[in-house]
Design a protein around this ligand. Structure first.
Ligand SMILES: Cc1cc2nc3c(=O)[nH]c(=O)nc-3n(C[C@H](O)[C@H](O)[C@H](O)COP(=O)(O)OP(=O)(O)OC[C@H]3O[C@@H](n4cnc5c(N)ncnc54)[C@H](O)[C@@H]3O)c2cc1C
Length: 295
């Protein structure tokens, strides 16, 4: 599920049907429950896969209920301290490059072009696209979220906006996760097959430089001519973003507001699906809830 190479066949691909209502969630859950009964006691991995599929269906409702409960999270940062962190007026060049899959970061561009072409992308790569836009390119989520929404054939506001905010680090209650697009390229597309297919401009780049063509000897012949030079220095941009986000988290009153958000919005289950004991010591309870939404 983590790789865009296998994601399209390893995931159910039911999301457009669920979003548009051509199949009901009950129907999906009942079919899943029936299948779980048939694989009970087997050891081929299906039991765990079906259980985790069922959990994802529940996340959908969990996220939709968040938006129902606080509709403003479509337009305002869930944690108010993050308002104004990124410029309201986006850098037009960066935004356009990201939207078209022309950032000069090969794996990011491959994922965006694949999404534009197919209307679907696996979860991890959606997270990476969002995180690169918000952290490395330092674009406000309100300028980038609408583009993804337009590209997704499964656009569902209740899942989309909470996820967009989570991957941009503006909820105040989730772990800050800054994906490294070069590492993700190596990990999720080790042979380079996916990247080469969607970014054919890189055809002459040797395998070992595919995810970082700017480090290749022949880069001058390619970058800025047939393929863009990287729009940012990946490591420096991530460092600057991390420092800016942590500066917000250190402000007076940040923790109190974060605690309010956890009480109102966080799942009452821990990472293993067990209900968190509300009488457990405060710090432990908060940690467990925070973990439960770390997807
Ligand atoms: C920035 C971002 C935006 C997203 N926007 C949308 C969106 O607009 N519409 C949408 O359906 N999904 C969205 N997702 C969640 C997820 O990526 C997709 O639901 C999933 O990739 C759809 O493929 P599938 O049906 O094969 O999923 P499967 O893994 O087979 O899951 C089955 C169903 O469970 C639900 N589901 C799966 N993952 C999640 C999740 N992390 N959170 C909530 N529900 C989930 C979906 O309804 C999905 O169809 C978003 C994720 C991110 C990171």
């Amino acid at each position: 599920m983590s790789s865009p190479l296998s994601g399209a066949s390893a995931c159910s691909r039911l999301s457009p049907h669920i979003a548009l209502g051509t199949v009901s969630l009950r129907e999906v859950e009942q079919a899943n429950a029936a299948r779980r009964r048939t694989v009970k006691g087997t050891r081929d991995g299906w039991s765990g896969s079906l259980r985790s599929f069922s959990a994802r269906l529940a996340w959908r409702d969990h996220f939709m209920q968040k938006l129902e409960d606080e509709p403003a999270l479509e337009v305002r940062c869930l944690h108010a301290a993050y308002e104004g962190l990124r410029p309201k007026e986006p850098d037009a060049g960066r935004l356009a490059g990201w939207e078209k899959g022309e950032t000069g970061l090969p794996f990011v561009d491959a994922c965006m072009r694949y999404l534009i072409h197919t209307g679907w992308l696996n979860f991890r790569m959606r997270s990476m696209l969002m995180a690169v836009a918000s952290y490395h390119l330092w674009l406000d989520w309100r300028s980038t979220g609408p583009h993804l929404a337009r590209m997704f054939t499964d656009y569902e506001p209740g899942i989309h906006w909470p996820q967009v905010q989570m991957q941009s680090g503006t909820t105040g209650m989730n772990t800050i996760r800054i994906y490294n697009p070069v590492k993700q390229g190596h990990d999720q597309d080790p042979t380079g097959e996916f990247t080469r297919k969607w970014v054919p401009e890189l055809a002459e780049v040797p395998d070992e430089y595919l995810q970082e063509p700017w480090t290749w000897d022949g880069a001058r012949r390619l970058l800025g001519r047939r393929y863009p030079a990287p729009v940012v220095d990946v490591a420096a941009a991530a460092r600057a973003a991390r420092e800016a986000v942590w500066a917000v988290r250190r402000r007076d009153g940040f923790r109190e507001e974060a605690a309010r958000i956890v009480t109102r919005h966080a799942s009452r289950k821990d990472g293993a699906g067990r209900f968190v004991n509300d009488r457990a010591p405060r710090r432990k309870r908060g940690d467990a809830r925070q973990m439960s939404l770390d997807l």
